[in-house]
Design a protein around this ligand. Structure first.
Ligand code: URA
Length: 211
């Protein structure tokens, strides 16, 4: 598994404002989208391309275009929705599928409660969007889901991760398919309530105004 922590000053600046508890939801939403666009640049570094021949006003030439099958972007509901626009702004031809994950309070395991994805993901590059990589449970379940449908490589984009969650994903993905994690920041730890420290609180609540 490859892990890339983006260390660009613009990303750090926007994350600092995002973390601030006085930042209101409309600003939070705008920043989450902007951060995703910046991280998308890094996350799509290995997006598959093919050679195409075009005519410029001056001559024929060859260039590269994103190849088919198109990349599939999968926001994890609900907080991943806050990153979707930022991703499709940069990759407008991507297809979008949805996965809803919730923790079963008896087994404590993540379960899929909503799914709208192509049945066959063979030969597809997938981009999973989930702002907070905390315990890693839902991200592992989402990546497993995509591999089970035949995906060949999966890149997860998270705004903030806890080292515990990152280690859990790394362990679960040992010997599995091609997985890359792109992060805006790697924080200190998880607290006893499963929140990332220092983190930003509950990303879904802050996006959708339930603070
Ligand atoms: N989910 C969040 O939204 N925030 C955390 O800190 C951990 C999980």
């Amino acid at each position: 598994m490859r892990v890339h922590v983006a260390d660009h000053p613009l990303i750090t600046h926007k994350l600092t404002v995002l973390r601030d508890k006085t930042t209101p939801s409309p600003t939070f939403r705008a920043l989450a989208e902007e951060l995703m666009t910046l991280l998308a640049y890094e996350a799509t570094r290995n997006v598959r391309t093919e050679v195409v021949t075009i005519q410029t006003p001056v001559s024929e030439t060859q260039g590269l275009a994103i190849s088919t099958p198109r990349p599939l972007v999968v926001p994890i509901l609900r907080a991943g929705l806050g990153m979707l626009e930022g991703m499709v702004k940069l990759v407008p031809t991507a297809e979008v599928g949805f996965l809803g994950m919730v923790r079963n309070e008896e087994t404590l395991q993540p379960e899929t409660y909503a799914e709208r994805l192509p049945d066959d993901l063979s030969n597809r590059q997938c981009f999973v969007l989930d702002p907070m990589l905390a315990t890693g449970g839902s991200l592992i379940a989402a990546i497993d889901f995509l591999f089970a449908r035949g995906a060949v490589d999966v890149t997860a984009v998270c705004l903030i991760a806890a080292p515990e969650g990152l280690a859990a994903v790394e362990k679960a993905m040992e010997g599995r398919g091609d997985v890359t994690i792109v992060l805006g920041a790697l924080d200190e730890r998880l607290n006893e309530h499963g929140y990332i420290v220092p983190g930003l609180g509950d990303a879904g609540d802050r996006l959708y105004g339930l603070v």
